[in-house]
Design a protein around this ligand. Structure first.
Ligand SMILES: Nc1ncnc2c1ncn2[C@@H]1O[C@H](COP(=O)(O)OP(=O)(O)OP(=O)(O)O)[C@@H](O)[C@H]1O
Length: 299
């Protein structure tokens, strides 16, 4: 669906995207994570055809996106800083969208009044930040895009509205295979929503995996032994991090769960817990691996 091959982008001699490759399946919700300044917004703007890459290809359904009306009429980009025409009402903006997006669904726009409950005659620039964000979603969902690219989209929405918007997103993915690319620093939200994850750092994609694979590959283990930790205990494990807290040894290990469990049990620990890592913990570990670490990653 979305295919990015060897893409590079520079701003004034600063290489912001460094030969990046990415493949996003149709009907997938792809979460783009990364450190500040990693290049996420730049990448999203390249995918949306707002920026032109200096090298490489960006294809949506096998067509280049930049200055391609055919692709852009089926794609919506929601930036982190929203922009609406000044002095325009929701109704007028809907009218504008109707002429831009051939798949605009007026019935859906009317129906979504029940969800968003804002007077369509209100001038958008007079609404609160969160309400403006609601209007952006309202218009986007009514335009029925095939591809929805969102940069930090849920910021500013209250918890109830966040849930409603997430439900609408998931519904569009399930019912008509909309493809979603979403960047966020809220990892819990990404964990709820996304099926695939890409982690960026300094213009590169350092990890790209299905969320389930990412989570089943790394574990947190807590063990305690009657005496000292047996000498060869850690040797058979792929240890990413370890920390002794009193008699308990906490470690993060990579590998299949069955292998980890059978290895640990051979040493007959007095206490043994194997816990899944949250996406937040995986993110922090992976960033640590590329030199972007904090002191203590076990929480
Ligand atoms: N229009 C621009 N002109 C010059 N430099 C830019 C421009 N846009 C982005 N950059 C630079 O590109 C780098 C990546 O910025 P980008 O906004 O893509 O990062 P990000 O991953 O979205 O960051 P954050 O998580 O902090 O929002 C930064 O060093 C930024 O200063």
């Amino acid at each position: 669906m979305i295919k990015i091959s060897n893409v590079r982008k520079e701003f004034e001699d600063l290489e912001v995207i460094k030969g990046l490759n990415l493949h996003i399946q149709k009907g997938s919700i792809y979460g783009l994570l990364g450190s500040n300044g990693a290049g996420k917004t730049t990448l999203l703007k390249l995918i949306a055809g707002i920026y032109k890459q200096d090298a490489g290809d960006i294809l949506i359904n096998d067509e280049p996106v930049f200055e391609n009306v055919n692709v852009k009429k089926k794609l919506i980009f929601m930036p982190d800083a929203l922009y609406f025409f000044p002095h325009t009402s929701i109704q007028q903006m809907a009218h504008f969208y109707k002429h831009i997006y051939p798949s605009w669904n007026e019935e859906r726009f009317q129906k979504l009044k029940e969800v968003f409950q804002i007077d369509v005659h209100k001038k958008i620039h007079r609404l609160s930040k969160g309400m403006q964000r609601q209007v952006a979603f309202w218009l986007a969902f009514s335009a029925m895009p095939d591809v929805f690219v969102l940069d930090e989209p849920l910021d500013g929405l209250d918890a109830v509205m966040r849930q409603k918007v997430k439900n609408l997103l998931v519904q569009d993915v399930a019912e008509r295979e909309m493809t979603v690319v979403i960047s966020s620093h809220n990892l819990r939200e990404v964990e709820d929503l996304c099926d695939s994850i890409g982690i960026m750092h300094k213009g590169e994609l350092i990890i790209e995996k299905a969320l389930d694979d990412l989570k089943s590959d790394v574990h947190k283990i807590q063990v305690a032994f009657k005496g000292n930790v047996p000498l060869r205990f850690l040797e058979g494990l792929n240890v990413l991090y370890k920390e002794q807290r009193g008699s308990v040894l906490l470690s993060i290990v990579r590998g299949k769960e069955e292998h980890v469990v059978s290895h640990v049990k051979k040493f007959e620990p007095a206490i043994f817990d194997l816990l899944p890592l949250t996406l937040e913990e995986i993110f922090i570990y992976e960033m640590g691996d590329v030199g972007y670490a904090i002191e203590n990653i076990i929480v």
